[in-house]
Ligand binder design. Structure first.
Ligand code: ATP
Ligand code: MG
Length: 761
C-alpha cells in the first residue's frame, strides 16, 4: 500500500498538508522529522466492536440464563487471579531487588571502609562499576536480543492497547519474563529507574495471559473454560484490570489503579467493569500486603500495601497561604518537565536513527550504567558533606571521609536504592542534606534519568521523576527556612513531596489518576488539593512547550493513537474528506478466486459486503463520486482467513461452522500466503458471506462531520467505519489511521495541523 494511494482524493481546505516523505533526505534532523510525519502501518487496530453475525445471534439465542451467569462468574474469577498473581509478581520483584541491592551495598561499603585510610579508593569504584555493569548487561541483553518490547516502563504500550492499537508482542509471556528479570537487574544495577512502571505492564500481561487460558509459548496448555474470552473486547477488559492491579501493587493505590485505567482507556467504561477492575486492584494490594507481612516477619500485619509508599505524612498539614507557593512549584515542575521531555525527545530521535542494532543498544546501556556508578562515586569525592551523626542506628549513614561521629550526607543518599532515596528526601531531619548536596544530586539525577529513559532495559520513570522533584522541593524548603527561620509551617518533607508531585506531573502529564495515586501513597487526604493544584499547573505549563513523555514516545513510533477529544480545529472536515476512496468490497456471494486475490494484494483488514456491484467496473473508474454497491455489512480479513482455511465454499450450512471456530483461531490467524486453494476452486467455487459478515456494523453518511466520526471511533472502539451515500451505497472507508493522521501541534499559543502519510508495513 503506497502512502499516496491512501490519500483521500478530495482536497482539504484550510489544512497545510504534508503528504510525502522524501527517502533521499540525508541530514539527520530532517530525516528524523520526516519519519515523524509518518503513521506506521505496522500497528493494527484491535476490534472492540463485537461482530453480531448470524452465527453469533444463533449462539446468543441458545444461551441459557445459567450459561450467562457462569460467564459472569468466570469474569470475576479471572479478575481474582489477575489481582493475586500481579501481587505475587510484585512481591517477587521487590524481594529480589531488596536482597540484591542490600548485598551490593554491603560489599561496596566493606571496600570503602577498608580503603578510606589506605588511599586505594579506586578499588571500591571498580567493584561498584563491575557489579552494576554486570547486572545492567543482563537486563540489556535480555531486552535488546530477546524481547525489545519489554524495554522502558511499558506504560505507553499499555496506553496504546487500551486505546485500541495492537502493539506486537506487548502482552506475551516472554515479555513478562524479560520484564521481571530485566527490571530487577536494572534497579539493582544502580540505574536511575523504578520498578513501578514495569509493574503496570506486568499486570497487563498477566491479565491477558490468564483470561485467554492458553499461551503461544506453551501450546499444549489450553483452558477451554475461558474460551468465551478469546476476543479483543473481553481481553481488553481484563488488560484494563491487570494494568489497574499493577498500579495498585506498585503504589498501594487501588483507587489510583482504577482511575489509571479510566484515564488511559476511558472509551469502554461501564459500571460493572469498573467494579471488577476495582476488585482486581484490591486483590493485588491485599496479596502484596500479606506476602510483605510475612517477609517483614509480622505475618498478617497488613500495613505494606504497595511496593513503594511515600512514608508517613500523617501529621503534616498546610495553610491556605502556602497555596501560591505550591502554584509556583507547579510552574517550576512544568518547566523542568518540559525540559526533561525535550532532552529525551532529541535523544530518542538520535537513538532511533543511530542506535538500532542490539549490540549498540547493549553497549549504550552499559555506558550509562558505568557513568551512573562513576558519577555517584565522584560526587562522593568532590562533595563529601560531613554532618554530625544524628541517629547512630541509621543504617544508611556512611562515615566515608568524615571524622568519627560524623557521616557523609552524599554517601547516605547514594548508598541506597532510588526509592529509599526518595523517602529519605521526604523524611530525613532538617540538617541531613546540605543545599550543595541537593543541587549536585538533583542535576546529576535529572540528566542521568533523562538519558536512561528509553534505554533498552525495563525501567520505570516514576521514581526518577519523584527523585528529581523531591530534591529540588527540599531545596525550596531550605530556601523558605532561610527566609522565614523558626517558622513551624516550613516543613522540608512537605515541600519535597510537592516538588516530587510537580516534577512527575510535568513529565508524564497525567492528572486524575496521578492525584489519587500520590494521595493514596502518602495516606493523607489533606494533601489532595495541593497535589491536584500542582499537577494541573504542571500539566498546563508543560503542555505549552511539548506533550507528555508517554505521548511523545507513542508519536515518535508512529502509533495511531486517538486522543480524548477531536481537535477543535478539525471540526469542519466531513466524512468525504477523511475517508479512503476507492474501496475494496466483496459481494454477498463472492468467488474464491477474487477473495484470494484481494487478500493477497491488499493489506486491509476489513471489507464492506455489498449487493448490486460489478467489481470489473471498479478499477476502470477514477470517478470520485463512484459508489461500490449497496451496503449490507462488514467482513474482516480474519474471518475470511478462517473460512478459506476451513474451505467453507458453497453451501455454508453444510459446514456447520460456529463462533467457536473463530474464537479458536484467535488471535493468530493463518496468513493468506499459507492458505492454498486449487485452481478449480478458485474458478468455480463461491463463498456465501451472508452468515459470517457483521450486518449490524456502524456506518455513517458521507456528510457526517469529523467530531461525530471521531466520537464513534473513540467511544465504541471501532476499527472500520463504512461511509455510504444517500442511497445507502458504499462510497468510502474510514479507519483509525485516517483520523489519527491529522497531527495537531501546539507550540506556545500557535496551533498547526499536518496530515501524516501512512507507511507501508
Ligand atoms: P488495521 O490495520 O487498523 O487493522 P486496516 O488494515 O483495515 O485496519 P488501515 O491499515 O487502518 O486499515 O488502513 C490504511 C488505509 O487503508 C486507511 O486510509 C483506510 O481508510 C484504507 N482502507 C482500509 N480498508 C479499506 C478497504 N476495504 N478499501 C479501501 N481502503 C481501505
Ligand atoms: Mg492495516
Amino acid at each position: 500500500m503506497d502512502s499516496s494511494e491512501t490519500t483521500p482524493l478530495l482536497s482539504r481546505p484550510n489544512i497545510p498538508v504534508n503528504h510525502m516523505y522524501d527517502e533521499d533526505e540525508s541530514d539527520f534532523e530532517d530525516k528524523a522529522n520526516a519519519t515523524e510525519k509518518i503513521l506506521s502501518g505496522e500497528y493494527e487496530s484491535l476490534d472492540y466492536d463485537g461482530c453480531e453475525n448470524v452465527l453469533y445471534q444463533m449462539e446468543e439465542k441458545k444461551k441459557s440464563v445459567r450459561e450467562t451467569m457462569v460467564i459472569e462468574m468466570l469474569r470475576w474469577l479471572v479478575m481474582f487471579f489477575v489481582g493475586v498473581l500481579t501481587g505475587l509478581v510484585a512481591s517477587l520483584i521487590d524481594f529480589c531487588v531488596i536482597k540484591s541491592t542490600a548485598l551490593k551495598f554491603s560489599i561496596i561499603k566493606q571496600y570503602v571502609e577498608k580503603c578510606v585510610d589506605k588511599e586505594c579508593m579506586e578499588i571500591p569504584l571498580l567493584v561498584w562499576v563491575g557489579i552494576n555493569g554486570g547486572l545492567v548487561f543482563v537486563a540489556a541483553v535480555l531486552t535488546a536480543c530477546f524481547e525489545p518490547v519489554a524495554a522502558g516502563s511499558g506504560i505507553p504500550q499499555i496506553k496504546c492497547y487500551l486505546n485500541g492499537v495492537k502493539v506486537p508482542h506487548v502482552v506475551r509471556l516472554k515479555t513478562i519474563v524479560v520484564k521481571v528479570i530485566g527490571v530487577v537487574c536494572s534497579v539493582a544495577g544502580g540505574l536511575i529507574v523504578g520498578k513501578e512502571g514495569p509493574m503496570i505492564h506486568s499486570g497487563a500481561v498477566i491479565a491477558a495471559g490468564i483470561s485467554q487460558g492458553r499461551s503461544d509459548t506453551f501450546r499444549k496448555f489450553d483452558l477451554k473454560i475461558f474460551e468465551f474470552f478469546r476476543a479483543d473486547t473481553e481481553k481488553r477488559d481484563f488488560v484494563a484490570g491487570g494494568a489497574a492491579a499493577g498500579v495498585s501493587a506498585a503504589f498501594g493505590a487501588p483507587v489510583g489503579g482504577v482511575l489509571f485505567s479510566l484515564e488511559e482507556g476511558a472509551s469502554f467504561w461501564n459500571q460493572a467493569l469498573a467494579w471488577r477492575i476495582f476488585f482486581a486492584s484490591m486483590m493485588s494490594t491485599f496479596t502484596l500486603n500479606v506476602i510483605q507481612s510475612y517477609i517483614q516477619g509480622i505475618p498478617w500485619d497488613l500495613s505494606y500495601p504497595g511496593l513503594f509508599n511515600f512514608g508517613s505524612f500523617d501529621t503534616t498539614t498546610y495553610s491556605a497561604f502556602e497555596i501560591p507557593i505550591f502554584i509556583l512549584m507547579g510552574v517550576l515542575g512544568g518547566l523542568l518537565g518540559a525540559l526533561f521531555n525535550k532532552f529525551n525527545y532529541i535523544l530518542t530521535k538520535f537513538r532511533k536513527r543511530y542506535i538500532n542494532q542490539s549490540r549498540d543498544q547493549v553497549m549504550e546501556a552499559m555506558i550509562v550504567a558505568i557513568i551512573t556508578a562513576t558519577v555517584g562515586y565522584f560526587s562522593l569525592y568532590f562533595n563529601n558533606n560531613c554532618s554530625p551523626m544524628l541517629h547512630n542506628q541509621d543504617p544508611n549513614s556512611v562515615q566515608f571521609y568524615c571524622n568519627d561521629g560524623q557521616y557523609s550526607s552524599t554517601a547516605s543518599i547514594l548508598f541506597q536504592s532510588p526509592e529509599d532515596s526518595v523517602k529519605s528526601l521526604f523524611h530525613e531531619s532538617k540538617g541531613m542534606y546540605s543545599p550543595s548536596t541537593l543541587i549536585v544530586y538533583c542535576l546529576c539525577v535529572f540528566l542521568l534519568a533523562c538519558w536512561t529513559y528509553g534505554l533498552y532495559v525495563p525501567s520505570g520513570l516514576f521514581i526518577p521523576s519523584l527523585l528529581v522533584g523531591a530534591a529540588w522541593g527540599r531545596l525550596v524548603g531550605i530556601c523558605l527556612n532561610y527566609i522565614f527561620p523558626n517558622e513551624d509551617w516550613v516543613d522540608f518533607g512537605k515541600y519535597s513531596l510537592i516538588g516530587a508531585a510537580a516534577q512527575l506531573g510535568g513529565i508524564v502529564r497525567m492528572t486524575i489518576s496521578l492525584t489519587v495515586i500520590i494521595m493514596e501513597a502518602t495516606g493523607n487526604i489533606t494533601f489532595g488539593l495541593p497535589i491536584m493544584i500542582v499537577l494541573i499547573v504542571a500539566k498546563w505549563v508543560g503542555d505549552i512547550f511539548n506533550e507528555g513523555i508517554y505521548d511523545m514516545h507513542i508519536h515518535i513510533q508512529g502509533v495511531p493513537l486517538l486522543g480524548w477529544e477531536p481537535s477543535s480545529v478539525l471540526t469542519n472536515l466531513s466524512a468525504r474528506e477523511v475517508m479512503s476512496h476507492p474501496v475494496s468490497v466483496f459481494r454477498m456471494k463472492e468467488s474464491v478466486g477474487r477473495i484470494m486475490e484481494v487478500l493477497k494484494t491488499e493489506t486491509h483488514n476489513g471489507f464492506p459486503v455489498v449487493e448490486d456491484h460489478n467489481p470489473d467496473l471498479q478499477n476502470s473508474s477514477e470517478d470520485e463520486d463512484m459508489s461500490f454497491g449497496t451496503y449490507r455489512g462488514i467482513i474482516l480479513r480474519s474471518q475470511l482467513l478462517v473460512l478459506l482455511k476451513q474451505r467453507v465454499f458453497g453451501d455454508n450450512e453444510a459446514h456447520g461452522l460456529t463462533t467457536k471456530d473463530f474464537r479458536d483461531a484467535y488471535p493468530k490467524f493463518t496468513p493468506i500466503r499459507r492458505i492454498h486453494v486449487t485452481q478449480y476452486e478458485r474458478e468455480n467455487c463461491e463463498m456465501n458471506l451472508e452468515a459470517y459478515m457483521n450486518p449490524a456494523a456502524y456506518c455513517v453518511t458521507d456528510n457526517a462531520l469529523f467530531p461525530r466520526i471521531f466520537k464513534l471511533f473513540r467511544a465504541l472502539g471501532l476499527r472500520h467505519l463504512v461511509v455510504v451515500n444517500k442511497h445507502h451505497q458504499v462510497v468510502g472507508m474510514v479507519t483509525r489511521k485516517d483520523l489519527a493522521r491529522y497531527k495537531v501541534t501546539k507550540k506556545l499559543w500557535k496551533v498547526s495541523v499536518e496530515e501524516l502519510a501512512i507507511s507501508t508495513q
